[in-house]
Design a protein around this ligand. Structure first.
Ligand SMILES: Cc1cc2nc3c(=O)[nH]c(=O)nc-3n(C[C@H](O)[C@H](O)[C@H](O)COP(=O)(O)OP(=O)(O)OC[C@H]3O[C@@H](n4cnc5c(N)ncnc54)[C@H](O)[C@@H]3O)c2cc1C
Length: 872
C-alpha cells in the first residue's frame, strides 16, 4: 500500500501491519466525505456504521415533518461543483427522505459503499503505543487494526433515554423520533401523546395532529420557534449561488455560522423601535435561523437586547394561539432567545387551535408515571393508543463516549472526560494519538451549518494526514498546554454570551448527571477556521508529531487573546487605520475624537456635571463629574484619563468613568490635566496633584464624603494618579484612601520583556509609546519620579493600591514592577493580571464584554479603599 500526496505522487509506503490506514466510524455527512477524501489521498479506509444504510441523522430521524432547518442550498456538500450540478433540491428546507436520497446518491456517485460496513457497531477502540496503531472492535466481535481512527459519529446521534418512570409498562405503540419505523406510522383515528417540544417535537406535532383523533402534547420547557416559510426554493435566494457558486461557498466558509450572511453591525440601542420591528418582520418573512438570530449585534450577549427579540416572538405566539392560557404556556420565559436551539416550524402554534389538540404543562403537573394504558400526571390520568418520545439527544459527547476508547497509558476517554470534554480545536484530545473527532466538542458544530463545519474538519484531517505522510510522520497528538489553552478559549467565548445562563443541551443540562460544560465553540465558523489554519501555518502549533522523520513538538496555545479582544483587533486591522505615531498631536486628537464618537455610551449615571478647577499654574482645568445612584454623599474618585499625556479630555474615557461610577457607587471626577507637547513634563503631574488637592478641599460641595478620596487612572492617567499619591505623601496631604492604577506608565524604560513581546499588534505599540514620551518629557527628565514613579527613592507610606496589568500590553511589566515595589515597601497592594487583554481593551465598555468582571473587580477595589460603608 502506498500513500499519495495531492499531486498523485507516491510516497513512502505505510507499515503493512495495519488492516487499513484509517477506520472511520459513521456513514453520515461526515463519514461519507471523509472516506472520499481518504481515497483521494490513496489511503485505505473502512467505514463502520451501525445502521443498515448510509445517511446518519437522515437515516434515523424519519418522523413526520422531519426536515433540515438550514436552507438546503446551504446545507449541502460543496466540495465538488459537479455534484452540485447533478443535484437540485426541491424545497427551501428539504424533507428527511430527500436528504437521505441525496446522501445515498453521494455514496453511489463516489462509489463509497464498497468500503462501508453497515450494521456494524463499534464497541471499543484501544491505542497500542508501541505499534502506533488503533485496534477497533465491533459488535460482530472482530477487530480492525488501523493507524488512524476517525469518529464521524455525529453530534445528535445518541438518543437520550427518557427519564420518566414506567416507560416499559405502556402496552400501546411507542415511537422515538430519533429511530422512526421505516415503513412510517398511520395515526388515523388514534389517541396520541407526544412528549417533548424540542426541534423534533415541534416539527412532528403539526403532522401528527393532521392524522390523530386526539393529540396531547406534554411540554416541560417551551421553545422559541419561528415559521420556516418553507416552499420551493425562491429564485432570489438561489441567485447569488447561481451567479457565483465558488464565491458563495467561499463566503459560507468564512461566515459566522456557515451561511453567507454578514453579522449585524448595529447594536440594539442604535436602532429605533421601528427599525427593530422592521428587522424582526423581515426575518420572520425570510424564515431562516441566522436571520432571526442576528437582528442586532448584542442580541446574544446582552439580556436587554435579547428581550427585545424574545418579546416580539412571544407577541406572535399570543397572536396565533386562540386560548390565552395555552398561549402563555407556549411562551418561553426561562431562557434567552437563542440560548437553546430555536426551531423553525410549519403551523406549530396554530396546531394548538385545533379542537383535538391539547397542551399539558409538565412544570405544573409533572408526569408521575407511564402506565399500561397511558400517562398519569399528578392531576390527571390520560389514555393513549400511542406515545411518541421526542426527548432529544445526549448531544456532542454521547456517541463518542459510548465507545470504550482506551488511549495511551490505559486511560479511557470516559474517565478523561468525566468532568466535561477536553479537546484541542474540537479535533483531537491528549492521550489519544491519531484519534480525530469530526465536529467534536470545542468546535462550531451544532451552532453552525454542519455541512460546512463537517467539510472543514474533514479537509483539515485529510490535509493533515497528507502533510504528515509527506514529512515522514505517522503519529499526531496535541500537547497538554495546547488543549488546556483551547478549553479555556472555548469557555472564554461562551462566557461573554448569554448561553451559560440556559439549561440547554448545548451545556449538557438535558442529561441527568452530565457535566455542565458549554460543548460547542461559539466564536464563529470564520474565526474557528482561521484558528485551525493558523495552528497548521505555525508549524502544527500545539501538536507533537513523530514517525520515521523523528519527533517534532511545537508546544503552545493557539489563541491567547480574549475572543472579543481578538475580534476588535481584527476589525481595526481590517479598517486599515493609520498609526497615531505617524500623525501630529493635533491630528491624533481629532482622530481619537472621531473613533470615540462611534463607541457605545456606557451605562446611565444619575447625574453628569461639567465644571472647572484650578490647575497647578492657576489656569482652569476642565472636569466632568459622574454621580451614582442615591442621595449621597458618596466617596470620591479623582480620575485621570489615558492618552500618553498628549491625547484625551475630561470626557474621553466617558464610558469607563460611567461604568466605574455605577459599579463602585462613588462620584467620579474626571480631570482634564494639561497635555504635551503644549505643556510638557511636569505639567500633567503637577496638575494631577493640584486636582486632588482641590477635590479634597471641595469634597462636600461635590457631594463627596470628606476623607473618602481615592485616585484612579488609566495608562498615562495611571502615571498621573501614582505620582499624585507620591506628591500627596511628600506634602503631608491630602489623605488618599487608595489608588487604582489601570495599565499605568510607571517607568521610562523600554527594555522590559513586555515591550519586546508586545511591541506591535496590540494597539498601544512601542513606537507609539516612544512618540508619547518624546512629546511629554526630555530624556533628562524621564527618570524623575514625577515621570517614572517606579524610580522614587521610597514607595513606603503610599495609599493602598490596586494595579491592573494586561497580558498583551507593552506596559505590562512596568505595572507589575510597580505593584511588586509597592509591596516591597510595605504598601497593601493587589495586582490583577488581565489574561488575554490589551492596554486598551478593559476600558471598552459594552464592546469588550470579557472585561466586565475585571471592571467589577476594579470597582470593588475602590469600594474596599473606603473605610466607611458607601451609602446606598
Ligand atoms: C432532526 C435533525 C435535523 C437536523 N437538521 C440540521 C440542519 O438543518 N442543519 C444542520 O446543520 N444540522 C442539522 N442537524 C444536525 C445533523 O446531525 C448534522 O447536520 C449532520 O447530519 C451530522 O452528520 P454526521 O455525519 O456528523 O453525523 P450523523 O449524521 O449523526 O451520523 C453519525 C453516524 O454514526 C453512526 N454511529 C454512531 N456511533 C456509532 C458506533 N459506535 N458504531 C457505528 N456507527 C456509529 C450513527 O449510526 C450515524 O449513522 C440535524 C439533526 C437532527 C437530528
Amino acid at each position: 500500500m502506498t500513500t499519495r500526496n495531492g499531486n498523485g505522487a507516491a510516497k513512502a509506503p505505510a507499515k503493512s501491519d495495519v488492516d487499513v490506514d484509517v477506520v472511520v466510524v459513521g456513514a453520515g455527512f461526515a463519514g461519507l466525505y471523509m472516506l472520499h477524501r481518504l481515497r483521494g489521498l490513496g489511503l485505505t479506509a473502512t467505514v463502520l456504521e451501525s445502521a443498515d444504510d448510509v445517511g446518519g441523522t437522515w437515516y434515523w430521524n424519519r418522523y413526520p415533518g422531519a426536515r433540515c432547518d438550514i436552507a438546503t442550498v446551504d446545507y449541502t456538500y460543496s466540495f465538488d461543483p459537479e455534484l452540485e450540478e447533478a443535484w437540485t433540491w426541491s424545497e427551501k428546507y428539504a424533507t428527511q427522505p430527500e436528504i437521505l436520497r441525496y446522501l445515498q446518491f453521494v455514496a453511489e456517485r463516489y462509489d463509497l459503499r464498497r468500503d462501508i460496513r453497515l450494521s456494524t457497531r463499534v464497541t471499543a477502540a484501544a491505542w497500542d503505543d508501541v505499534a502506533g496503531q488503533w485496534a477497533i472492535t465491533t459488535d460482530a466481535g472482530d477487530t480492525i487494526i488501523a493507524r488512524y481512527y476517525v469518529m464521524a459519529t455525529g453530534c445528535l446521534s445518541m438518543p437520550k433515554t427518557p427519564d420518566i418512570a414506567g416507560t416499559e409498562r405502556f402496552q400501546g405503540d411507542v415511537y422515538f423520533t430519533s429511530n422512526w419505523p421505516h415503513e412510517g406510522v398511520d395515526f388515523s383515528g388514534r389517541r396520541v401523546a407526544v412528549i417533548g417540544t424540542g426541534s423534533s417535537g415541534i416539527q412532528s406535532i403539526p403532522e401528527i395532529a393532521k392524522q390523530a383523533a386526539h393529540l396531547t402534547v406534554f411540554q416541560r420547557t417551551p421553545n422559541f420557534s419561528v415559521p420556516a416559510q418553507n416552499g420551493a426554493v425562491v429564485s432570489e435566494r438561489r441567485a447569488p449561488l447561481d451567479a457565483d457558486r465558488a464565491g458563495y461557498r467561499e463566503a459560507a466558509k468564512w461566515s459566522r455560522g456557515g451561511v453567507p450572511k454578514d453579522p449585524p453591525a448595529e447594536m440594539s440601542w442604535q436602532l429605533s423601535a421601528e427599525e427593530r420591528r422592521a428587522r424582526f418582520d423581515r426575518a420572520i418573512e425570510e424564515g431562516e435561523l441566522f436571520s432571526i438570530l442576528g437582528l442586532w449585534a448584542d442580541q446574544g450577549t446582552n439580556k436587554a437586547a435579547n428581550d427585545l427579540v424574545a418579546d416580539m416572538i412571544r407577541e406572535r405566539i399570543r397572536d396565533i394561539v386562540d386560548d390565552p392560557a395555552t398561549a402563555e404556556l407556549l411562551c418561553p420565559t426561562d431562557h434567552a432567545f437563542g440560548t437553546k436551539r430555536p426551531c423553525l416550524d410549519t403551523d406549530y402554534y396554530a396546531t394548538y387551535n385545533l379542537p383535538h389538540v391539547r397542551l399539558v404543562d409538565l412544570r405544573a403537573t409533572p408526569i408521575g408515571t407511564i402506565t399500561e394504558t397511558g400517562i398519569e400526571t399528578g392531576a390527571e390520568t390520560f389514555e393513549f393508543d400511542a406515545i411518541v418520545y421526542a426527548t432529544g439527544f445526549d448531544a456532542m459527547t454521547g456517541a463518542i463516549v459510548a465507545v470504550n476508547i482506551t488511549g495511551r497509558d490505559g486511560i479511557t476517554l470516559q474517565d478523561k472526560w468525566e468532568h466535561g470534554p477536553l479537546t484541542y480545536l474540537g479535533l483531537m484530545t491528549v492521550g489519544f494519538p491519531n484519534l480525530f473527532l469530526i465536529t467534536g466538542p470545542g468546535s462550531p458544530s451544532v451552532l453552525s451549518n454542519m455541512a460546512v463545519s463537517i467539510e472543514q474538519h474533514v479537509d483539515w484531517i485529510a490535509d493533515c494526514l497528507d502533510e504528515m505522510a509527506t514529512r515522514g510522520f505517522t503519529r499526531l497528538e496535541p500537547t497538554a498546554t495546547a488543549e488546556a489553552g483551547w478549553v479555556r478559549h472555548v469557555n472564554d467565548c461562551a462566557d461573554i454570551t448569554l448561553h451559560p445562563t440556559a439549561n440547554s443541551w448545548y451545556i449538557g443540562a438535558n442529561v441527568p448527571g452530565k457535566p455542565r460544560v458549554f460543548l460547542p465553540y461559539i466564536g464563529g465558523v470564520d474565526a474557528y477556521r482561521e484558528i485551525c489554519d493558523d495552528a497548521v501555518a505555525r508549524d502544527m502549533l500545539g501538536f507533537e508529531l513523530s514517525g520515521p522523520a523523528g519527533t517534532q513538538r511545537n508546544d503552545g496555545v493557539v489563541v491567547r487573546l480574549q475572543p472579543d479582544v481578538r475580534l476588535v483587533l481584527k476589525m481595526m486591522e481590517d479598517m486599515g487605520l493609520p498609526t497615531i505615531d505617524s500623525m501630529s498631536a493635533e491630528d491624533a486628537r481629532g482622530f481619537i475624537e472621531q473613533l470615540n464618537a462611534a463607541r457605545p455610551p456606557g451605562p446611565d449615571v444619575t447625574d453628569v456635571v461639567d465644571g472647572t478647577l484650578p490647575g497647578a499654574d492657576g489656569d482652569d482645568l476642565e472636569y466632568r463629574l459622574y454621580r451614582p445612584e442615591g442621595d449621597g454623599p458618596h466617596p470620591i474618585v479623582v480620575y485621570f484619563h489615558g492618552g500618553g499625556w498628549v491625547l484625551g479630555t475630561r470626557e474621553s474615557d466617558d464610558p469607563f468613568c460611567r461604568d466605574l461610577c455605577v459599579r463602585s457607587g462613588a462620584v467620579i471626577v474626571s480631570v482634564n490635566y494639561r497635555h504635551a507637547p503644549e505643556a510638557r513634563f511636569p505639567a500633567a503631574a503637577d496638575d494631577g496633584f493640584a486636582a486632588v488637592q482641590w477635590v479634597a478641599d471641595h469634597a462636600v460641595e461635590l457631594g463627596g464624603i470628606p476623607g473618602q478620596l481615592a485616585v484612579a487612572g488609566w495608562s498615562a492617567g495611571g502615571n498621573v494618579a501614582a505620582v499624585a499619591c507620591q506628591l500627596a505623601r511628600d506634602a503631608g496631604g491630602p489623605d488618599i484612601s487608595g489608588q487604582l492604577l489601570l495599565t499605568p506608565v510607571t517607568d521610562s524604560n523600554f527594555d522590559t520583556a513586555s515591550y519586546t513581546e508586545n511591541a506591535e499588534g496590540f494597539v498601544l505599540t512601542k513606537p507609539l509609546m516612544e512618540w508619547f514620551w518624546d512629546h511629554y518629557a526630555d530624556p533628562a527628565d524621564r527618570a524623575h519620579p514625577k515621570a517614572s514613579p517606579l524610580r522614587a527613592e521610597s514607595l513606603a507610606d503610599l495609599p493602598p493600591a490596586f494595579v491592573v496589568t494586561c497580558e498583551f500590553d507593552p506596559l505590562r511589566d512596568e505595572g507589575r514592577a510597580y505593584a511588586a515595589a509597592l509591596q516591597e515597601a510595605g504598601v497593601p497592594v493587589e495586582e490583577l493580571r488581565a489574561r488575554g487583554h490589551t492596554h486598551t481593551s478593559l476600558t471598552m465598555v459594552d464592546v469588550v464584554l470579557s472585561g466586565a468582571d475585571l471592571r467589577q473587580r476594579m470597582a470593588d477595589a475602590l469600594r474596599g479603599f473606603f473605610t466607611a460603608r458607601v451609602p446606598a
